[in-house]
Design a protein around this ligand. Structure first.
Ligand SMILES: Cc1ncc(C[n+]2csc(CCOP(=O)(O)OP(=O)(O)O)c2C)c(N)n1
Ligand SMILES: [Mg+2]
Length: 371
């Protein structure tokens, strides 16, 4: 017997839970302008997230998947991307989308049940949300294939959850990306839970990053609560992909501090001590400690930022709530070039029942639907 192949999985962290910087950190760790920008977005996303949950609780938003605790992973990934790269998200990567210019009012519109929310004004080539688990892996790989065929210097970045890595489409996506050396980066957000299924029941592998080995591509683990490490790792992977070096699978280790969605109650299956422990490692705290140590942040700047974020979110909420309701025709008009007779009849019926409802503005009242 001889060894025919050997593999290893590296782990990257620069900023620990207390905000201490390790040796060998990249130049980004000294770039206070960029660090402050990322901290600002992370705070904005957290403010937005809390507001979205309140909107759902008061019947003004549909089911919403909180991104609490994922801010560093989401902002770090987006900050490493070029504007003309293409993002294929799942359903909770709002931090990446907001960084890339997607309006918070669009996000609310979509999760309020209005498809017009996915007609982004910025990042127009990015994909909208993808609820069928892992199907976005094929979109991400397909887009990267198109970029390669066209000889473009662009990349796709595709998200997937820890639970999603058990799906066939996950393997199909990384496999074709490896086989064709596609300019694609896949980011697993390992938040340790897939609704009520813990990572320990999800897989026997020690890391999710090692799933890359089966696809013949590099796999790396990163502290997903360390925005410096996430941005650095993704930037390296994107640079390699852009240079023709092929795809990378990155596993970002974080924790879902919230329920799965507003339709879930995680206290029914999760040990509260685990959640308490996870709060000590959350991403904003450590970046704030680090910025404070660098003497570029203090309590006054924190208060000012929180007030500014609250104002920005309120403006987005106003825009969302005052958006004219879509007409019932919207349900029928975008699927077929020539809708079949049965759908045309249903469209008429919907018009009839909607009455003058179709022209009313605002007054959103949504019904909870799980997914
Ligand atoms: C194909 C498919 N199967 C099942 C579901 C139901 N479902 C929605 S979210 C989810 C768990 C996903 O967990 P994970 O991939 O870890 O992502 P997270 O929600 O933690 O971000 C499941 C099973 C679905 N949406 N699509
Ligand atoms: Mg998960």
């Amino acid at each position: 017997m001889k060894t025919v192949a050997e593999f290893e999985i590296k782990y990257c962290q620069f900023l620990d839970a207390e905000g201490n910087l390790s040796a060998g950190a990249p130049a980004l760790a000294a770039d206070t302008g960029e660090l402050l920008k990322m901290y600002r977005f992370m705070t904005l996303v957290r403010t937005f997230d809390a507001k979205a949950i309140n909107l759902q609780r008061t019947g003004k938003l549909g089911t919403y998947a909180s991104c609490l605790g994922h801010e560093a992973a989401h902002v770090g990934v987006a900050a490493a991307m070029q504007p003309d790269d293409v993002l294929a998200p799942v359903y909770r990567e709002f931090g990446s989308q907001i960084w890339r210019g997607v309006k918070m009012s669009s996000i609310l519109l979509y999760w309020g049940g209005d498809e017009r929310g996915s007609d982004f004004t910025a990042a127009r080539q990015d994909f909208a949300w993808c609820v069928p688990i892992a199907s976005q892996m094929l979109h991400g790989a397909g887009v990267a294939m198109a970029m390669k065929i066209k000889g473009e210097k662009r990349c796709s970045v595709t998200y997937i959850g820890d639970g999603g890595t058990s799906e066939g489409a996950f393997y199909e996506g990384i496999n074709v990306a490896g086989a064709r050396a596609l300019p694609a980066v896949f980011v697993i957000v390992n938040n340790r839970w897939a609704i009520s299924v813990p990572i320990e029941s999800q897989t026997a592998t020690k890391t999710l990053a090692q799933k890359a080995i089966a696809a013949g591509i590099p796999g790396i683990q990163v502290d997903g609560n360390d925005v410096i490490a996430v941005r650095h790792t993704v930037a390296e992977a994107l640079a390699r992909a852009r240079d023709g070096g092929g795809p990378t699978l990155i596993e970002a280790l974080t924790y879902r501090l919230s329920d799965h969605t507003t339709a879930d109650d995680a206290s029914r299956y999760r040990d509260p001590d685990e959640v308490k422990e996870a709060w000590t490692k959350e991403p904003l705290l450590r970046l704030r400690s680090y910025l404070t140590r660098l003497r570029v942040w203090d309590n006054a700047s924190e208060e000012a930022l929180k007030a500014e974020c609250a104002r920005e979110v309120e403006a987005a909420v106003d825009e969302y709530l005052s958006a004219p309701k879509p007409s019932t025709d919207e349900m029928f008009d975008h699927l077929f070039a020539r809708p079949p007779q049965s759908l045309l009849q249903q469209r008429e019926l919907a018009r009839h029942y909607a009455g003058n409802h179709n022209t009313e503005a605002g007054n959103r009242d949504t019904t909870e639907v799980g997914h």
